[in-house]
Write a protein of this length. Structure first.
Length: 391
């Protein structure tokens, strides 16, 4: 049985950048120049550029990106080369892993052990061992998989597909448990709330169509217990990447054709702000939070700029030049440690019992709760509750 824990400590890894070794870095995939720009988030400056290997007669086209929870590695999908680059963040060395056709999205389990890659034109998901950098499983997925995210407990992987479906993968068996329809619009970004109770999918299209059952260019909120859509929130034109704040209170959505970012309040399920990047085409694509949640980084593929947003004021505070056509689709900054939230009050004697009772009522038993929330066993869920209730 695979043991996964969202409570494992996250150690700061040594990063490229000399004196700024303890700073968090953003790893920006430059689709047009076959490079990754390393941005120091303390100084908001590029400290290194990593060349991505490509075929002798072709290009790599780096697209998706995910930084491991401990910050030691970055995985980059190369759409034209059908490979994944595994970057050692301390040394900048790159290992190349062959995967399926058109690798696009990438996500890493909370314990850092496995990497899930959507092969968009190959209709598969490749599973890579982070220890060996070898593909250990290939999972068939219909309809052009693109966005991918892992539950906080590590037990479930959610994949957004090209014809409006979401596939759910069980990480213990690496098989598809179920697929359900959201609409007919291609799903781009996929993210999971910090408590694992909701999945956020970006429905992105360049056209408006009356034939679809949900608003084109929107974010759908999915209840992970029932796989039902609880809200659909209109955003800007051609939304692509998204990021959830570490506390789960906000979602930032990059609207490529609107040159804007929509800010969604997850409590009210409404757009509370729209950040516009001027009148010239910028093409916001990838978006990620700094680990402490104070800043938001947006890769703009048309302007070759990474914009930095103050999460408290939603003001743009910096514009960082990077490589050609930055996409940065995924979690391109080391993710914040995900602390589960349960029903009891940490530090109180009855916290554990209250939490267990609430989960049993909500999901019809702890076995169901563990499965839905992404824990590999009831024991692992109970351990998470005890950690939470310890105060």
């Amino acid at each position: 049985m695979k043991i996964r824990s969202c409570l494992a400590g996250i150690a700061l890894a040594l990063h490229l950048g000399g004196a700024s070794a303890l700073a968090q870095n953003a790893y920006i995939t430059n689709f047009g120049s076959d490079t990754v720009s390393v941005v120091n988030t303390a100084t908001d400056s590029v400290t290194a550029t990593i060349n991505i290997p490509h075929p002798p007669s072709g290009r790599a086209a780096p697209f998706g990106v995910a930084v491991s929870p401990d910050g030691s590695k970055t995985y980059v999908t190369n759409q034209f080369a059908n490979t994944v680059s595994a970057i050692n963040n301390a040394t900048g060395t790159v290992a190349t892993i062959a995967v399926g056709n058109g690798p696009s999205g990438v996500a890493i389990t909370p314990d850092g052990s496995e990497v899930y890659v959507t092969n968009q034109t190959g209709n598969t998901v490749s599973v890579i061992s982070s220890v060996t950098n070898a593909v250990i499983a290939i999972i068939p997925i219909a309809n052009n998989p693109l966005g991918v995210a892992v539950s906080p407990g590590g037990g479930r992987v959610y994949v957004g597909n090209g014809f409006g479906t979401v596939s759910v993968i069980d990480t213990a068996s690496n098989t598809v448990l179920s697929s359900f329809q959201i609409g007919l619009i291609p799903i781009k970004g996929v993210a999971v709330s910090p408590d694992g109770s909701q999945v956020y999918v970006v429905n992105g299209s360049l056209i408006q169509s009356p034939q679809v059952p949900q608003t084109t260019n929107s974010v759908s909120i999915i209840d992970t217990a029932t796989h039902t859509v609880t809200a659909t929130i209109p955003v800007g034109m051609s939304p692509f990447g998204e990021a959830v704040s570490p506390d789960g209170s906000k979602i930032y959505v990059a609207n490529t054709q609107s040159n804007s970012v929509s800010v969604i309040d997850t409590a009210t399920k409404t757009v509370t702000a729209t950040i516009v990047f001027g009148s010239s085409p910028s093409g916001p694509s990838g978006v990620a939070f700094s680990t402490d949640g104070t800043k938001v980084y947006v890769a703009n593929q048309f302007s070759n700029i990474v914009s930095v947003i103050d999460a408290a004021t939603n003001a743009v505070t910096a514009a960082i030049p990077v490589g050609d056509l930055p996409i940065a689709f995924g979690v391109f900054i080391q993710p914040a440690k995900s602390e589960p939230k349960f029903a009891g009050i940490p530090g109180t004697p009855n916290c554990y019992g209250q939490s267990v009772a609430a989960l049993a009522r909500q999901y019809g038993g702890l076995n169901a709760a563990a499965a839905v929330l992404g824990y590999s066993s009831v024991t692992e869920l109970q351990n998470a509750i005890m950690e939470y209730c310890g105060g």
